[in-house]
Design a protein around this ligand. Structure first.
Ligand SMILES: Nc1ncnc2c1ncn2[C@@H]1O[C@H](COP(=O)(O)OP(=O)(O)O)[C@@H](O)[C@H]1O
Ligand SMILES: [Mg+2]
Length: 369
């Protein structure tokens, strides 16, 4: 294990369909613990169509946007002082699950993990990069719980190529759920006996992550997004996309007496989200071992700031649902007052930045199989 982070200035970069977010942290000692400060926080929007469903469709234009964000092409940003980066892999293209793996002796090998992973993966193993981490503490049992993350090689390679083409050195590419858990689950807190769900409500996609028994159990993509809501408003009220976006943010999930059709437009999508959440929670209860009840749903992503969505979920599911505090694991009191509307969309980028400043290679068994 590396004792110090050899990747000086390493930062987190979240590449989404409609935005790229960059966070670089610095660490300060605080008695025997560290706390973190924000060194750089910048983001840029991406026009629709450059990246769609996590697939890079127009690499040259994405590259230009990245160069701008990194301060390498003039513009408002100063150059970022490091080329080391931890970036996300697009959630809809990734697979994450906790599985049981038996080894022939007490030492687990990549071959043991690959053998079991094959039974779970929705992709062909030969076309997949597999990352894994033993979750159960090392003991003498031959059966271990292993969290596997997988992504088709073509997708991961396209992200590596993009990052390298702008002069960056990717230290790690991480599935979004892992990054979200790093920011949204309180580090060092004992969650025994209770499961948590993290619900990331983003611009073009949403996902639910189940965290239980000190580990992510699995994650799934949901058919809900900010764009879906905006498009439904624009269609129902016959207005421009930009006006629909304004109305969405102003009204939240509430009745608008000036636009009586507004609530009809958005409630179908919200109800659909509830159904998908119910199905996913039931799936977890019925298909996993030693499950605890989900006692809280922590919301993040830009749509977590959508007024009343938290109350709606709480009421419908009878589980407390609240926007979380993505900065909490920085242990920096000055960040407690950070505007939640601005913090919630940064949850994934914060998780990536935390990995970048801590030991980015720790716990990883990244395998090019
Ligand atoms: N205060 C707010 N109220 C409602 N929706 C918001 C608010 N702020 C941002 N959003 C919505 O959040 C979405 C972007 O969320 P974000 O997490 O940044 O997405 P992504 O990570 O997919 O780029 C957009 O649809 C935007 O309209
Ligand atoms: Mg996001």
């Amino acid at each position: 294990m590396l004792l110090r982070n050899p990747f000086s200035g390493a930062f987190g970069l979240e590449i989404g369909d409609l935005s790229i977010k960059l966070i670089q942290l610095s660490s300060s000692p605080f008695y025997e613990r560290q706390y973190f400060k924000i060194k750089e926080l910048r983001f840029t929007s991406l026009p629709p169509g450059l990246i769609a469903g996590g697939e890079i469709q127009q690499p040259e234009l994405v590259r230009k946007k990245l160069l701008y964000l990194l301060g390498k092409e003039g513009g408002i940003f100063k150059p970022v002082n490091s080329s080391w980066v931890v970036a996300n892999l697009p959630e809809p293209k990734t697979f994450l699950k906790l599985i049981d793996v038996e080894s022939s002796d007490n030492v687990l090998t990549s071959v043991d993990v690959a053998y079991q992973a094959k039974k779970h993966l929705p992709f062909e193993l030969e076309d997949t990069y597999l990352d894994w981490q033993v979750i159960t503490p090392t003991d003498n049992t031959k059966k271990k719980q292993v969290l596997i993350g997988a992504i088709p090689k073509v997708v991961a390679d396209s992200y590596t190529y993009l990052l390298e083409s702008v002069g960056l050195n990717p230290i790690a590419l991480e599935v979004e759920s892992a990054a979200l858990a790093r920011s949204m689950i309180t580090a060092d807190k004992d969650y025994s006996g209770q499961a948590r769900a993290i619900l990331d409500l983003g611009g073009t996609r949403s996902s639910l992550i189940i965290y239980d028994n000190n580990s992510i159990q699995f994650s799934t993509t949901l058919n809900f997004s900010g764009e879906l809501v905006t498009a439904a408003i624009a269609q129902e009220l016959k207005i421009e996309h930009s006006r629909a976006e304004e109305l969405k943010i102003k009204n939240g999930l509430k009745y608008d007496s000036h636009n009586p059709k507004y609530l009809t437009a958005v409630s179908g999508i919200a109800e659909n989200l509830i159904n998908e959440l119910k199905i996913t929670l039931l799936f977890y209860k019925e298909h996993f071992n030693n499950t605890n009840a989900v006692s809280r749903i922590t919301l993040c992503g830009g749509m977590a700031a959508w007024e009343n969505i938290d109350n709606f979920i709480s009421r419908q599911l009878k589980i407390a649902a609240h926007p979380g505090h993505p900065w909490k694991n920085l242990r920096n009191k000055k960040l407690y007052d950070f505007d939640p509307n601005k913090s919630l969309p940064l949850a994934c980028a914060i998780g990536l930045a935390l990995k970048a400043i801590q030991n980015p290679l720790q716990n990883s068994n990244y395998q090019k199989l």
